[in-house]
Design a protein around this ligand. Sequence first.
Ligand code: SAM
Length: 287
Amino acid sequence: MATLGVPQNTIEVLQKHDFHFQKKFGQNFLIDTHVLEKIVQAAGVTKDDFVLEIGPGIGTMTQYLCESAREVMAVEIDEKLIPILQETLAEYDNVTVVNADILKLDIAKIAEEHNHGNPIKVVANLPYYITTPIIMELFESRVPLESVTVMVQKEVADRMQAGPGTKDYGALSLAVQYYSEAEIVANVPPNCFMPRPNVGSAVIRLTCHEQCPVEVDDERFMFRVIRASFNQRRKTLQNGLGNDASLPVSKEQAAEAICSLGLSPTIRGEALSLAQFAELSNRLKKA
Ligand code: SAM
């Protein structure tokens, strides 16, 4: 099978199978060999690795991953792509294609069965409509992860890397910081995809921490505090926390905890660092 990173070969496969792109699945297939090589290289895939690919499409990047990895599992939601994948990946015996919604799979179990529970590498050109839920699910469900190297919208990559006080800073930036070290490894223009998306893209590598950088008594509670703080960006932190129905915290308790950290009562959530959110949530939890 000829490499699919070459646009002509991709077009041939699509025409042969009379495949029509489904917008609802965020289908923008890569057609640039340099970008494909860059992603696999940035992920540092070796013959020791088990790689989970989310959304293989017609198998363009999967071919590269099969060449470099020990074992690849490719999870694709669109059943129309499964017969195509069987054909484009026919020459590889180290790949399993699974027809499923990635958000409904027990990925920790997959890591257990295919990688003895050791940290796995995730590599993907993600469907943009569910980028954040996929990243959050990987992190929050405590899948053993070594790294996550993914193509995302440029704007989302910027949000992942943002620091306190910037307009892009939010719950996603804090989750990424808490679980990993983020680095944008390439900016990718729309003409590297078929069909072309109407936004710029970037490849970001999240190298997962062996140990989280701050001490938190209850991780889930901290992320509830963080979400509540950013839900109403224009409110002060104490109002945001005190008014959030999902958080068992009164405005007075919020004010007291904020004050005990030496912060101004009028401070907004977007000014707090990860370490400050960790300490705040530890105090609120005790209160
Ligand atoms: N990896 C291919 C490439 O780079 O050419 C395709 C990438 S395309 C941006 C995203 C892929 O994810 C599509 O094949 C789409 O059908 C698949 N997809 C969308 N939602 C999914 C989900 N919830 N679970 C698994 N795959 C999904």
